[in-house]
Structure formats: C-alpha cells, structure tokens
Design a protein around this ligand. Structure first.
Ligand code: MTE
Ligand code: CO
Length: 430
C-alpha cells in the first residue's frame, strides 16, 4: 500500500512562499534552522574514565559573580531581532527565545521588548505618576507612595497584538522565536489600579482612562473603566525584581489578557474621561482591516493561542527516532487554558496533551506530548482551548473571517514540518 505522506495535503513551505515574491526583502536573514542550538561536540579528555578539568582545580568563589547569569555554554539563548523588519532599532522589537525555555515563566532578561521610541532611562527619584481628569481629588504619586500601598503578585502573559503578524499571508519566519516570540509571562507585583482610583474618587461620568507613557513616544491608549476596576495592575516588579528598564522601569500598566500595546511602560499619567480618546495606537494602528474595507477596532482581548516550542526550527530533533517529548505553550486572554490537543499528522488525528501545571488565569501554560517517533516526516500542530470553550482556529478558518490584510491578532494554528533528518521547518497546509 502506498504510504500516505503529509505532502498529499498540499504543503506550502517558506521557500515556496518566498518564491511568490510576497515576502519582504531579506527574509532569508532567518534562513532554515536560524540560530538552531549547536550540536554538542565535547572533548573526550573530559569524559569518563578521565578526570575532567573542572574537577582538578578550585572554582571561583562566592560573589565573583555578584549578579548571576546563565552558563557561557548557553550564550545562544538570547533575545534576537530581525533587522529588515523595522527601519530603526529604537522603534522595533526583539523576540523571546521560546524554543530554548521550559515551564511557564520567562526569565527577566529574555522577555521580548517592543519600544516605539527606545528605552526610557527613568530615575526613580524623579518618577511621578499623575492621576487626574474626572476625579474628586487629582493625585500625584512617587514610587515610594506606590510601593507603600497594598500590593498583589500575579503571573500574566503579555502578548503584542502583532505577534505572528508576519505569518498572515503564509509561512514566513523560520523559528518560534520569530513567529511567536512577542509574548512573555512573568510574575508581576503591583497595586491594583482600582485602589488608586478609589483614592482619587472617580466621578459618575468617568467611564474611560487614558494611560500615557513617559518615553519620548509618550504612547497613549484608552482603557475602559470596567477593565481598570477589574484586574489591571500598576506594576513595579517582575519575577520579584524591580522592572527592567526595557520593560518599563520603574512602573508599567499590566492589563491582563489584553493586547500588550495597552500595557503602557514608564507610566506617567492616567486621565479619567467620559469617552475614548481615539489616539494613533487605537485608530491607524492596532485595528484590523477586513476584506470589506471596514476595520475592527478596540480588539483588546488576545484570543486563545498555542505553539509547539520544541521540536521547532531552532530546536531540531537530534535523535534519529524513538521516544520524543514534544513541548509547547498555550494561553488565553479570556481565562485559564482548559485543554491542548496535539497532532503529528497535520490535523488528521488529535491527541490530548499533558498540561503541566500550574495553570493560572491569563498566563502561559506549559504542555507536553510524548510519543515514539518512527523517523518519518511529521506535521506538528497544537490547538488550545480555554475555559470559556473557545477553540484556537486553523489559519484557513481565521482568514475566512478576517481576510489577509490584518497584521494583528493572528492566533491561527501553527504547523511545523519535522523532516527525516530531524530538521524542522515552518510550513502551511491547505
Ligand atoms: N509603552 C510605552 N510607553 N512605549 C511603547 O513603545 N510599546 C507597547 C507596550 N507599552 C510601548 C509601551 C507595545 S506595542 C508592546 S508589545 C509592549 O509595551 C511590550 O512590552 P515589553 O517591552 O515589556 O515586552
Ligand atoms: Co506591541
């Protein structure tokens, strides 16, 4: 019997896509297996039965490394950018190396960054947060004022609405760092915005808030009062440490489950008003142009999404066949992840993945699927479901509703093609 290979379904690879000429120039900058983990060579002199170098002498003492960092052998696990994607590095993005991480927390130094005007270096002694507008008592807080208030710590994912934006028209970037790496998940510590609003006393007609950043972009977004009173945090810590400068030191807005553009960094001003402001980031940007020429606006919530982080183009399979652990991340802006399914045959058959807790509200959730690889070509996919019953759509389903003019809110199912030699490629199947 002729073996039914996945090719029968019609696979479009990145190379096919590039041939069509749709891709932006220089797309090959992230060529096949771009920045894949290097194969381990080793030195037999340091392997049994020999005594290795590191056992023969004293190592460095304590505090030689007053601030720890990963082993030099892990130096490839870093944020990376795609040079041709943006005209300047001050208004650009670097991506989280999702393929090289595990669990559900992103280390602070590896969180993707997105700035419209570079990193503001704010002196905490000069930091002030102004709260004014439709309030009984306009207030100004120092950083110490904010730190003195009752606080909470919660893990949340933060995903740029443009994550996977390059993939709307076809498979483009070769690595989940580039296709899905505009997401991170850290434990934030901060004051509920509700507490600040109660202190200022919101007037009855106060229905919207304007959040403004202190960087030279002075980025602004309108936020509905209902969300502000629900779970928004005025955060100053990530994973226990003070926020890093690139993530908004000393204070940023955390808007759980909603597009990261609203998570204003270097937050300097909150104005209470009676209607949205319709500024740049909610009109010409962060809106979704549909086929009929109208645009979706105020598309705040990040719908459920998932991606297999390993195997993936930067994390190829180094064994020829046999027991294989597939690993990935799922998340939903509507709540907790309820289930993740995995397919290794391009969506013909689905298997329930093992969710490896903890599962938090609006946080990255880790899943595993273990199987015996028979060494044949596979088409790997994952599909997330959240506690509201929402199911992550295929890319075809998404395009039917949204067309291909969009940049934002691409939560379609990702396909990786695992080749016989263990290499993995970004493809689409139709
Ligand atoms: N806040 C300010 N003040 N300036 C900015 O350029 N970029 C926004 C948001 N907040 C931005 C900002 C966008 S588009 C994203 S995706 C997130 O910050 C990125 O947050 P991160 O750099 O911590 O990953
Ligand atoms: Co963004």
């Amino acid at each position: 019997m002729k073996e039914e290979t996945p090719k029968a379904k019609g696979i479009t690879s990145r190379r096919d896509f590039l041939r069509t000429g749709l891709a932006a120039g220089g797309a090959l900058a992230t060529g096949t297996a771009a920045h894949a983990m290097p194969p381990q060579k080793g030195n037999p002199a340091n392997q049994p039965p020999n005594v290795p170098d590191w056992t023969r002498s004293l190592g460095e003492g304590v505090a030689v490394r007053p601030y720890g960092k990963p082993s030099s052998f892990e130096s490839g696990v870093i944020r990376r950018d795609v040079e041709w994607l943006t005209a300047s590095r001050e208004s650009s993005v670097s991506f989280t190396p999702l393929h090289a991480l595990d669990g559900m927390i992103t280390p602070n130094g590896l969180c993707f960054e997105r700035h419209h005007a570079g990193i503001a270096e704010v002196d905490p002694a000069d930091y002030r947060l102004i709260l004014h507008g439709l309030v009984d008592k306009p207030l100004m807080f120092t950083l110490d004022d904010i730190k003195r208030m009752p606080r909470v710590s919660r893990p949340y994912f933060c995903e740029c609405a443009a994550n996977s934006g390059m993939e709307w028209r076809g498979a483009q970037l070769n690595g989940c760092q580039y296709t899905h790496g505009m997401v991170h998940c850290v434990m934030y510590t901060g004051v509920p915005l509700k507490t600040l609003l109660e202190e200022a006393g919101v007037r009855p007609n106060g229905k919207w808030l304007l959040l403004e950043g202190g960087d030279s972009a002075a980025m602004t977004r309108s936020l509905p009062m209902q969300k502000a009173l629900d779970d928004v945090l005025i955060a100053y810590r990530m994973n226990g440490e003070m926020l890093y400068p690139e993530n908004g030191y000393p204070v940023r807005a955390v808007i759980p489950g909603w597009e990261a553009n609203m998570w204003v960094k270097w937050l300097r001003r909150i104005e209470v008003g009676d209607q949205p402001w319709h500024h740049r980031e909610e009109t010409s940007k962060y809106t979704d142009l549909l086929e009929n020429g109208t645009a979706r606006r105020f598309t705040y919530v990040m719908d459920a999404k998932s991606v297999i982080t390993s195997p993936s183009p930067q994390a190829p399979v180094n064994h020829k066949s046999g027991f294989t652990v597939l690993s990935g991340l799922a998340w939903s802006g509507r709540g907790k992840i309820a289930r993740v399914d995995v397919s290794i045959d391009g969506g013909r058959n689905w298997h329930t993945a093992k969710i490896d807790g903890p599962v938090f509200d609006k946080a990255l959730t880790r899943f595993y699927y273990e199987f015996d690889w028979d060494g044949r070509e596979l088409l790997l996919q994952s599909r997330a479901m959240d506690e509201t019953g929402y199911v992550q759509p295929s890319k075809a389903e998404l395009r039917k509703v949204r067309g291909v003019n969009s940049v934002y809110h691409n939560n379609g199912i990702q396909t990786w093609q695992l080749h016989k030699n263990g290499e993995v490629e970004n493809v689409e199947i139709s």
